[in-house]
Write a protein that binds this ligand. Structure first.
Ligand code: RNT
Ligand code: ZN
Length: 422
């Protein structure tokens, strides 16, 4: 167990050390307090959703693997798990809900009929938790996406069904944002694509553009909701062609002056999403990130404090765009305690943000601008062994959540008392 006195002493020494480098740790912690991470609901149950018992994730090449016991089976359990997760995170966060997690206790309706009424109990719950919410339309795990296409399907009836679904989801997002007094980000990701070569690339993309145009033609109050579009390189089973590619959505978002969602797993493995931050921000006012950990492909492993995640937040801080990013997580791993996965993944993203803020960026920039490259490199290297852990632990202490690895015991307890009994 970490002890309070020790954490406080370590903090005060670390604070001095950072102050010598011109960094005000108290002020950075105040800033950290305001940075909300949007926790994806789909790690609770491996992405199945709540439309019917035993629903499973399918389509578009997204997959959850693993059979760890205790995944949530209904809305009560999803909420119970999320409450546990929130209780172990420093700061005040958000919930990122997929539409298939609606409250269908009064009867399931088709996706084109989803409406605000199916999210009233979520709004009540979020109010109690004192958190904001984000939202996602769901165009996979459904018979009407079995052709491999949704908004870009060659069949008009199929397109119209999904257009209506996304329109409804935008209404729901606006309702949530209004009710909670916190703008709700609505993200659009579609699974469309094909396993093998198609002669209809142009047609599908033209249909996608047209469908999106129809969807966005319905105005929603920008105070309450904002749309983002999420691109992807490929998925398992859609290797030859993914309709919603990066070029497609980058073009679309620039054209419509709307938010682009960059998922770290959605690019070629050698591409660095961190490098895209300063490029895309020249043309797009606001970004959404899906922070994840791709291993060899878009595998959606639990986020860790990897170089790429650190680089991403460094780029955001160096571009001075922290207030123009929305940070979501996107992983689904069923091979380990799912609550533990959330806590490790969210804390890793928070740590990367804190590290980026603790960099002696002004000094580094000044060396670089004077051409003092050795000094710059040395500063950047030495920053890596500054007493970051002491600042992090103090942040946890101040937030009344377990510091260091003290959350392990709490999660084990939850596993024993709750998860293993499901
Ligand atoms: C899929 C996208 C998308 C999904 C969620 C569940 O590759 O990353 O964000 O993970 O909609
Ligand atoms: Zn994603």
């Amino acid at each position: 167990m970490k002890n309070t006195r020790q954490i406080e002493q370590m903090y005060s020494l670390a604070k001095e050390q950072y102050a010598e480098a011109g960094i005000d740790t108290d002020q950075i912690l105040t800033q950290m307090q305001k940075i909300a991470i949007s926790l994806h609901c789909w790690q609770t149950d491996d992405g199945g959703g709540l439309e019917y018992d035993g629903a499973e994730l399918s389509g578009g090449g997204i997959q959850a693997t693993g059979n760890f016991p205790g995944k949530s089976r209904n809305m009560g359990e999803v909420r119970q798990d999320l409450e546990k997760v929130f209780s172990l995170l420093p700061g005040n966060h958000r919930l990122n809900l997929h539409s298939i997690y609606g409250d269908f206790s009064k009867g399931l309706v088709e996706r084109d009929q989803f409406g605000p009424e199916h999210f009233e109990s979520w709004v009540e719950w979020a109010k109690k938790q004192n958190i904001g919410m984000d939202f996602n339309c769901t165009l996979y795990s459904h018979p009407k996406s079995e052709s491999g296409y949704t908004l870009s399907d060659l069949n008009k009836e199929t397109r119209d069904f999904w257009i209506q679904h996304v329109k409804q989801c935008r209404k729901i997002a606006a309702y949530i944002g209004k009710e909670l007094g916190s703008r709700c980000v609505h993200n659009i990701w579609i699974p469309d694509g094909s396993k093998d070569v198609t002669v209809n690339r142009f047609k599908h993309r033209a249909f996608l553009k047209d469908s999106l145009d129809q969807i966005l033609a319905e105005p929603q109050n920008p105070e309450y909701m904002a749309d983002a579009v999420e691109a992807k390189l490929f998925g398992i089973g859609v290797e030859a062609f993914t309709v919603g590619s990066h070029e497609f959505y980058l073009g679309y978002a620039v054209d419509k002056k709307m938010m682009l969602c960059l998922d770290i797993g959605h690019f070629h493995p050698t591409e660095q999403v961190s490098d895209k931050v300063s490029a895309v921000f020249q043309f797009i006012p606001e970004l959404l990130f899906h922070v994840t950990r791709p291993i060899r492909w878009d595998s959606d492993h639990v986020v860790t404090l990897s170089d790429e995640v650190r680089n991403l937040f460094e780029e955001i801080v160096w571009a001075d765009k922290l207030d123009k990013v929305n940070i979501g997580l996107d992983f689904f791993d069923g091979s380990l305690n799912r609550i533990g996965a959330y806590v490790v993944g969210t804390r890793a993203a928070q740590k990367a943000i804190l590290m980026a803020l603790l960099n002696p960026s002004d000094e580094i920039r000044s060396y670089e601008e004077k051409g003092k490259n050795f000094e710059k490199l040395a500063k950047m290297e030495e920053a890596k062994s500054m007493p970051f852990g002491a600042i992090w632990d103090y942040f946890c202490l101040k937030n009344n959540v377990p510091a260091g690895d003290d959350y392990i015991a709490e999660i084990q307890e939850y596993e024993k008392n709750i998860l293993s009994r499901r």
